[in-house]
Design a protein around this ligand. Sequence first.
Ligand SMILES: *Cc1c(COP(=O)(O)O)cnc(C)c1O
Length: 368
Amino acid sequence: MPTIYEKNNLRRVINASGRMTALGVSTIDNEVAKVLVEAAQNYVVIDELLDKVGELISVHTGGEDSCVTSCASAAICLSVAATIAGDDITLIEQLPNSAGLKNEIVIQKGHAVNFGADVCQMIRIGGGVPVEAGCANRVSKDHIRGCITDKTAALFYVKSHHAVQKGMVSLEDMIAIAHEKGLPIIVDAAAEEDITRYVAMGVDLTCYSGAKAFEAPTSGFVTGNKQLIAAAKKQYKGVGRPMKVGKECMMGLTKALELYTKRDNDAYLKTLENRVDSLIAGLTGLPHIKVSKSADEAGRTIYRVKVDMLPDSPITAMELVDQLKAGNPAIHTRDHYSNVGTVFFDPRPMFDTDVQLVVERMKSILAK
Ligand SMILES: *Cc1c(COP(=O)(O)O)cnc(C)c1O
């Protein structure tokens, strides 16, 4: 069966890369799809729905309350806006112009990253003025304290593989500094899987993407402190308006979170490992490559297929990646080590039926 994209003359994609915005992030479960349809076909008072969905999200996060958003980036904007304008409608309508208000957001220089867009721009859209502490590879607690003034609205921490992982101030220390100064701390946990951890650590506002780890339709949320969440919701009367979330995505997110938190993790990991094993079995013995099973860099119990180009290979790993992408279906890999001759296949976004197609394409590329 052709996909709806193929019917529109777009290539099918085999995603062996990850939860990438550039490839459509993730796919939803049938149960979530049913909820989307039912929600889209009826009316509701949106303010009542916002409150209800906030309650339903909070059951999973442990937050006092939560605010559903169109994505994690929107959660960042609304969180920043909430710490600057609060629930004052005059200030809310004035944003993103925050001249004269407490509007500085302190972020470690090694956290001022581009995740596909610049995180500091998301802060500015919410009316924030990012203040970068320290250097890209070294930030101390004194750098953070030194950036805090009577203009500071919040501290901001990015939990992500995009951020510099060494020489930064820990989240524990950032939380302690924020709270000793009576300031809120916002955490960008867009792609994180642990839905309770940051709330439990005392983070005031934690921002998640719905479509990444939780496989929800396009959505996001911020969870945490009741008063700040109320202020975040109120930003929908201001800068939040162009970030409007559809009622169906709100309901789809709640269903996806329910499925995620009750998932049998051992069975899920076993499915992934089986997919990795069958891909390895298919690729082993192909010319010019060495195939192995690779554990996750971040220490999670997930495996990927690692393909190293042998020295005799007539094509480089970068050329292999390009040829895989150029074909139909387009095959996208984790290619951030292709410059040193290694390509990874991530089993999580793949379908079982993709394995054979990947093996056949690899065979035909490497036979040349
Ligand atoms: C993906 C990502 C975002 C943006 O998430 P969206 O839901 O796509 O808006 C923000 N920060 C980090 C660290 C990310 O990885």
